[in-house]
Design a protein around this ligand. Structure first.
Ligand code: HEM
Length: 211
């Protein structure tokens, strides 16, 4: 829908949010992420979460960076790896060594609508991350400069970044392409869940069959 020639941001957002709600709930309840909301969260559980996100961003960021360079509208994707690497280094000081690497089978991201769908997942996750940051501060005392840079993310300017994403998405995405953006966002959530399943299974194998 266009209003006075402007794409209606609301329509795209509702489509993305509604389509991804079930997979978002599935992700929240995943055994790798669920302990984040446990008052007894321990650094080893937290380290597994960060290692998974480290592997996810290592794989997706270069692809998105390449695709974004072919898109005529500029979008600045913030590199999450310095936050994650520093948090993992802090955790090593606490004796938490990262478990095995996880592979994520990413959906095709070779169109601007696919990029918009993928960025929705990545940039939207900074909203939930604010809640997680508060939680890990309470449970483990981790904060924006110690072990929790990644979840702290953009901090008080989170909504500003989120608005920039929507400016970009609505400048670029024609309503005819909303379904493809939405399908890609769902596929990316599913890819994350599959990667976390793999990380969880590897972790259980290690526990069941210690070397
Ligand atoms: C335990 C894990 C998670 C929790 C508890 C959680 C929680 C939340 C919450 C509370 C919001 C709404 C924030 C607001 O409206 O201000 C949100 C939004 C969002 N989260 Fe999560 N989240 C989690 C993990 C993730 C992950 C891993 C991703 C994807 C990488 C993700 C993607 C999103 C997206 C795309 C939105 C934006 C929804 C919208 O408003 O359109 N979340 N999350």
């Amino acid at each position: 829908m266009r209003i006075n020639g402007e794409v209606d941001v609301h329509e795209l957002r509702v489509m993305l949010r509604e389509a991804t709600a079930p997979v978002h709930r599935k992700l929240d309840a995943h055994p790798v992420l669920k302990p984040l909301f446990d008052a007894k969260l321990n650094p080893a559980q937290y380290s597994l979460v960060l290692r998974c996100f480290h592997d996810f961003y290592s794989q997706i960021q270069p692809i998105l960076g390449r695709e974004l360079s072919h898109i005529p509208v500029h979008y600045e994707l913030t590199n999450r790896l310095p936050w994650l690497n520093q948090d993992l280094a802090d955790l090593r000081q606490l004796g938490c060594n990262s478990p095995q690497a996880t592979t994520f089978s990413l959906p095709a991201l070779n169109s601007s609508s696919a990029v918009i769908g993928a960025l929705y997942v990545i940039e939207g996750s900074t909203l939930g991350a604010q809640v997680i940051a508060q939680q890990v501060r309470r449970s483990l005392g981790f904060h924006a400069t110690w072990c929790a840079r990644f979840f702290h993310g953009f901090g008080e300017v989170t909504l500003e970044h989120w608005r920039k994403y929507w400016d970009f998405a609505t400048t670029l995405c024609e309503p005819a392409h909303y379904p493809h953006a939405t399908d890609t966002a769902v596929a990316l959530f599913e890819c994350l869940i599959a990667g976390l399943d793999e990380a969880w299974a590897q972790r259980e194998t290690t526990l069941l069959h210690p070397i």
